[in-house]
Design a protein around this ligand. Sequence first.
Ligand code: MN
Length: 200
Amino acid sequence: MSFELPKLPYAYDALEPHIDARTMEIHHSKHHNGYTNNLNNAIAGTDLEGKSIEEICANPGLSGGARNNGGGYFNHCLFWNIMSPNGGGEPSGSISEAINDSFGSFEEFKTIFSAAAGTRFGSGWAWLGVNNGKLKVSSTANQDNPLMDDQCGCTPILCLDVWEHAYYLNYQNRRPDYVNAFFNVINWEEVNKRFEAAIS
Ligand code: MN
């Protein structure tokens, strides 16, 4: 069993004007596809073959191609699913209460998450994760993620790709504008589902 590139849950142009169709098409069909193929090659014939992507990411001492492409595969799968053309606005339900408990308010959460995304130097990701029922914002370099044993130890429920390939065609060097636009497409219903699963 090898990993397959998942279908996007919406069309390439569905997130416009916040994320443009050309960026989405290249990001999914070239970048994510590349991580998928390179992951399959990296784990072929190793102990990691046949494991779930979560198990691979959490494998102690994960390194090299399995780390870079295992992270790349997992991170993009989550990223596509926590965005929606019907997204944006403020969350409701359990995640809304948890955000208020952990950060004070939704606006305060937005400030903290945007700072994590904005200050990640070079390529990486910003995360909202759950650890012992508590929410935590973090960021990682390259394709690392919170499941990896030397990272924050959270269950990731929301992520933002801040590699230049995720925004450069439309936003060039203006990463803060891209981060701001991302808040218009967050699928809070999906994030809430993942939060409730993580705490149950
Ligand atoms: Mn990417």
